[in-house]
Design a binder for this molecule. Structure first.
Ligand SMILES: [Fe+2]
Length: 170
C-alpha cells in the first residue's frame, strides 16, 4: 500500500465498523481512486491519439473502456466518505499517488502499442482490485469487498476486449 496517501482522517460515525477498519479501508480506497482516475485519463489519451487503419474501431473501443473505468470512480470515493474518511479525488492527487505508470509518448505508438499499453495497465489495475477483495475480506468489510468484486469483474471484461485484438494461438 502506498505510504503517501493521506486518507486516514476520520470523522466520528455511527457506522458499526471499528475505526481501525475504517481507516485501513479508506486508505486502500484512496489508492484505488488515484489509480482509477489516472487509468481513465490514460484510456482517453489512447482514444484521442490512436492512428492506423483500424482507427475508428479502436477509437470507439477505447472510449468504451474509458467509460467502464470512469463508472466506479464515484462509488469508490463515496465509499471512503461513507466510512467517515476523506476522498482525495483531484487530478494532482491522482498523478501523485497512482501506481499506474505514465502513458508512453503517443506520437511513437502503433495501434498494437496502444493495445499492449492499455492491456498492461488494465491488468495492473485488476491485480490491485483482486488484492483489495482479499484485504477487505480479511478486514471484515464485506460492503467494500463487494464493490471491489463488481469493479474487478468489469475490468477483467474490458481486458478481454483489448487482449482479443492481440492474442495469438499458442
Ligand atoms: Fe471522444
Amino acid at each position: 500500500m502506498s505510504t503517501k496517501t493521506k486518507a486516514t482522517h476520520l470523522y466520528s460515525s455511527r457506522i458499526d465498523l471499528p475505526e481501525t477498519t475504517r481507516s485501513k479501508v479508506a486508505e486502500l480506497l484512496n489508492e484505488t481512486l488515484a489509480a482509477c482516475l489516472d487509468l481513465w485519463t490514460q484510456t482517453k489519451q489512447a482514444h484521442w491519439n490512436v492512428k492506423g487503419k483500424d482507427f475508428y474501431q479502436l477509437h470507439l473501443l477505447f472510449d468504451d473502456v474509458a467509460a467502464a473505468v470512469y463508472e466506479p470512480i464515484d462509488m469508490i470515493a463515496e465509499r471512503a466518505t461513507a466510512l467517515g474518511s476523506i476522498a482525495h479525488g483531484t487530478a494532482r492527487n491522482a498523478a501523485e499517488h497512482s501506481f499506474i505508470k505514465e502513458y508512453p509518448d503517443v506520437s511513437k505508438m502503433s495501434e498494437e502499442d496502444h493495445l499492449n499499453a492499455l492491456a498492461e495497465r488494465l491488468a495492473a489495475f485488476g491485480k490491485h482490485l483482486r488484492e483489495g477483495i482479499k484485504k477487505c475480506d480479511e478486514w471484515e468489510d464485506q460492503d467494500t469487498n463487494d464493490l471491489y468484486v463488481e469493479i474487478s469483474r468489469e475490468v477483467d471484461k474490458k481486458l478481454w476486449f483489448i487482449e482479443s485484438h492481440i492474442q495469438r494461438k499458442q
